[in-house]
Ligand binder design. Structure first.
Ligand SMILES: [Zn+2]
Length: 396
């Protein structure tokens, strides 16, 4: 059956209001609506969980940067250790700026996208050659591969060109296609939520544009196809940032040597180590656990959040900061600019949750991102093609 899917990055429930997003608000009050459970981590692991209906420890994807020396594209950064830190950090960010300013308009050659864009601007050049950039999209089977196998036609695009979701088309230019499934991925709600904040006018402006467009497309599709499935969901929410924690300062003071004793990656809300032995591990746990608003992700927590991986490419010691805090210095921000929103905290925190709206009579309390794939396949008419080994369940 004709199905419209709108995947909107980083939308939380209070983005939908009666005055700003009247269509979504009406859909929410009259049809199926729920906050949507998410995963610990970021899009790099959550998107594969959406499309495979598996936990991160089962499909193996988690974060953008891994500890994989043999695959590192950053070995060339070693010589940058002789460049003063501030010049290095600001310089690398400056190289990326024109790309982001042009909003993914395909003006840049492939080597630039592969060499320059993935570089974490503030990474330690001595350690950079031990990190790999993981944005591979080689997970299978997914919602998309199942459609393809069953010859269900699909159109997909994104607001900025995306390797999995298709070419960049702005919201106002979207149109209903003749295919069975139309999938639209809205990216900019994420960066705007980070820079302007989850309660900003800018967020509400995008939501209003989106509301008008979805409403018009739904009407158009119903005229053309009769009955239509409509799914609108997000991968996670957005939390207002109120402070930062300096883990690096504490780690640097330990009588340990980076590279020789440990490797460390400072993510935006996590700090991950790959340590040589248990004595070093305990020394780091003792010191870092003392810092306020920092939590050790021990075995019990890793089990709870389904992030017990077979190998230690994501690190063998992880910490997570409390909601509302960011790690600074991290490996990304060249200077401490004003980040107003962040995600990647405890997935059960109220502002971490995403949303799911559907015009179908769905059931099921506490739905999660892993339930989307089987639910949408059933809505399309592929109930018997839902893989047996998935972690999610259909919400029908
Ligand atoms: Zn984000």
């Amino acid at each position: 059956m004709k199905t419209l899917i709108f995947f909107v990055d980083a939308v939380r429930s209070d983005y939908i209001t009666r005055h700003n997003t009247p269509f979504l608000h009406k859909l929410k009050s009259e049809n199926y609506y729920s906050e949507l459970g998410t995963m610990l981590g970021y899009s790099a692991g959550i998107h594969p969980s959406i499309w495979t209906s598996k936990y991160q420890e089962d499909h193996g994807k988690f974060l953008v940067y891994s500890f994989e020396e043999d695959k590192s594209p950053f070995k060339w950064m070693r010589w940058l250790m002789y460049v003063p830190s501030i010049i290095r950090r600001v310089g690398i960010s400056g190289l990326k700026f024109p790309f982001y300013a042009s909003k993914y308009k395909n003006l840049f050659p492939e080597w630039y996208k592969q060499k320059i864009l993935p570089v974490p601007a503030s990474v330690d050049p001595k350690q950079a050659g031990y990190f790999n950039y993981n944005q591979s999209l080689d997970y299978d089977p997914t919602f998309f591969t199942i459609l393809k196998e069953n010859k269900v036609s699909m159109f997909s695009c994104a607001t900025g060109t995306h390797p999995l979701y298709g070419e960049g088309i702005k919201i106002e230019d979207w149109a209903v296609s003749d295919n069975v499934v139309d999938h639209f991925f809205v990216y900019e709600t994420d960066p705007v939520g980070h820079y302007n904040g989850p309660t900003s006018k800018e967020i509400h402006d995008i939501m209003a544009r989106l509301d008008t467009k979805i409403s018009a497309m739904y009407e158009e599709a119903r005229k053309k196809f009769g009955d239509v499935n409509l799914f609108i969901f997000s991968d996670h929410g957005m939390v207002e940032v109120k402070g930062s924690v300096n883990v690096k300062e504490v780690v640097d003071k330990l009588s340990l040597k980076p590279v020789k004793d440990y490797l460390v990656f400072y993510d935006s809300t996590m700090v991950r180590f790959k340590v040589k032995d248990n004595t070093i591990k305990q020394q780091i746990i003792d010191a870092v656990s003392q810092i306020e608003n920092v939590n050790h992700l021990d075995d019990t927590l890793q089990e709870k959040y389904k992030i017990r991986f077979d190998d230690d490419k994501w690190g063998n010691l992880m910490f997570l900061v409390d909601p509302g805090f960011r790690v600074f210095p991290d490996y990304f921000a060249p200077v401490k600019f004003n980040t107003k929103g962040m995600h990647g905290y405890w997935p059960d925190h109220k502002d971490s949750l995403g949303v799911l709206l559907c015009n179908r009579d769905l059931k099921g309390d506490n739905p999660s991102v892993i339930d989307l794939m089987p639910t949408m396949l059933e809505a399309i008419g592929l109930k018997d093609k839902i893989p047996k080994d998935i972690a999610g369940k259909s919400l029908f």
